[in-house]
Unconditional design. Structure first.
Length: 212
């Protein structure tokens, strides 16, 4: 299992390195590869999990459905995230919401949980849930400028509403709490590497964006 995690982590490093370079040279085709990168990233950390049992599969399904329908409500009502619109980059949509957005939530839930648990073991569970949700909000803060620039989604107002981040935290906290109930233990090297790559990827793109 460890060998599999190392292999997946190595492939992810290559993919995200190529992605950063492609954005840096303004190779526009890379934007349309975003859905594929998202699917591959999530598939790798799922396949690298040490025990793909019924509980793990149930959590993945439940987390996907809750996050997807939360986004559906958000897009169509403006609650709880604010008024925003998804464009075509993330692919096929139902109720104006890309099917892949639930995959993105699942990916971040698994990755942030794994990193926090690796550093804290299985102690202070509520603190771990809090920190994992906070990590997700921090990553969303990095993602937003890039997503807007490349029209993954856009906001009705020029400024991203504060309730977006509050709602992200509350939903992430609830889903992490559910994850702890359904998956008492979760540690995955590939997921740890993926979270670091996400931070480096979007952090680097933000720096590139600032220079234009």
């Amino acid at each position: 299992m460890k060998n599999k995690q190392y292999i997946f982590a190595g492939i992810l490093i290559v993919l995200y390195s190529v992605g950063i370079y492609a954005f840096a040279i303004e190779w526009q085709t890379v934007i349309h590869l975003t859905p594929l990168q998202l699917i591959i990233s999530t598939a790798f950390i799922i396949l690298a999990h040490h025990q793909i049992n019924a509980s793990f599969i149930k959590f993945c399904i439940v987390a996907y459905l809750i996050s997807f329908f939360a986004e559906c409500i958000g897009v169509n009502s403006g609650f709880p995230f604010g008024e925003y619109t998804y464009h075509e980059v993330l692919g096929f949509k139902i109720l104006e919401t890309p099917l892949l957005i639930g995959i993105n939530w699942l990916m971040l839930l698994l990755a942030s949980r794994s990193v926090v648990e690796r550093f804290m073991g299985n102690k202070n569970i509520l603190l771990q849930i809090f920190l994992a949700a906070l990590i997700m909000v921090g990553l969303d803060f990095l993602i937003e400028p890039i997503a807007i620039q490349y029209r993954f989604w856009t906001w009705a107002d020029p400024q991203i509403p504060w309730n977006n981040y509050v709602s992200w935290f509350l939903l992430a906290f609830g889903l992490h709490y559910l994850q702890r109930k359904m998956l008492p233990v979760y540690s995955n090297l590939s997921a740890d590497v993926l979270l670091l790559l996400q931070v480096l990827f979007f952090g680097t793109l933000n720096l590139i964006l600032l220079n234009y």
